[in-house]
Design a protein around this ligand. Structure first.
Ligand SMILES: N[C@@H](CCC(=O)N[C@@H](CS)C(=O)NCC(=O)O)C(=O)O
Length: 267
């Protein structure tokens, strides 16, 4: 199948998704030691998490020193609950060992701490508030898609939710008539980085939906152009994963959810 990404911009990974996550900290593994005052911040992450990807994008875009600890989300270490009571990534740990969760909160915190380095919000308070509103609304829809998958909802419902998610992004671009959604217009901002992980997954999601339901997401020239524009940003390219890797991860996730569902139904 011809993809929506410009082929020449695809990264080439020699590892499978299973290999990429094989050395993540999992059930029974040690808890990393606390940070000392001279350490850079630490991010607990997962290579296929769109929420964690947001944080890594901001760190990379603004060139903020950090270390990454990857956790295995299908076999979580017990101590993840000490870091986040709902056991989700991303989690930020600072060099005073204070913890912060929620991707949007972490990204805004990183922006506030590093405002002078390539600001991600426009200087005007009203424009900034509008950008945050777009992020918030997008986030609610993205969380909804994620929860539908997690709760093993019918595939038609998942497909509809993703279609709405992408159509809304397309509508924003049509309305703005600018290359980016952020109020900067001519360069990407926080809005674009917060939405990007779902655009990277548009092709794999479309292929999975087509395989399960025979009905892929509608192709969009506008989104395709936006994707190519976003891939010009070095930080975006560095964190980009190919379609086949995302598909492999989604399949692992679906299998795990189906197994957990079958287990909970058995007497
Ligand atoms: N609202 C959270 C969502 C984080 C989230 O759902 N992370 C997923 C990875 S994509 C996770 O850790 N899932 C593990 C689980 O739910 O058990 C955020 O924005 O950080």
């Amino acid at each position: 199948m011809k993809g929506i990404f410009t082929i020449s911009r695809r990264a080439v990974s020699t590892l499978s998704a299973a290999e990429i996550i094989s050395s993540n900290l999992s059930k029974g593994s040690f808890k990393p030691p606390p940070l000392s005052p001279t350490d850079p911040i630490r991010i607990y992450s997962f290579q296929f998490s769109p929420f964690a990807q947001r944080v890594l994008l901001v760190l990379d875009y603004k060139d903020i020193p950090h270390q990454v600890v990857n956790l295995h989300l299908l076999s979580k270490p017990k101590w993840i609950y000490d870091l986040n009571e709902v056991a989700r990534v991303p989690i930020l740990q600072d060099n005073r060992n204070r913890l912060l969760t929620e991707s949007l909160v972490i990204c805004d915190y990183l922006e506030d701490l590093n405002k002078e380095k390539k600001p991600l919000y426009p200087p005007d308070a009203f424009d900034k508030a509008k950008d945050r509103l777009i992020i918030q609304k997008f986030n609610d829809s993205a969380m909804n898609c994620f929860l539908l998958i997690k709760n093993n909802a019918p595939i038609e419902q998942i497909a509809e939710a993703f279609k709405r998610l992408y159509l809304n992004v397309e509508r924003k671009l049509v309305k703005k008539q600018t290359p980016y959604i952020s109020s900067f217009d001519t360069r990407a901002g926080m809005v674009d980085l917060m939405i990007w992980p779902w655009l990277e997954r548009m092709e794999p999601i479309s292929i999975i939906l087509a395989a399960q339901k025979g009905n892929p997401l509608p192709q969009s020239m506008i989104l395709s152009k936006y994707i190519d524009k976003m891939l010009e940003i070095p930080a975006v390219r560095r964190h980009y994963k190919e379609t086949n890797l995302h598909i492999e991860w989604f399949q692992m996730l679906f299998r795990s959810i189906a197994t957990a569902g079958a287990r909970s139904k058995s007497p």
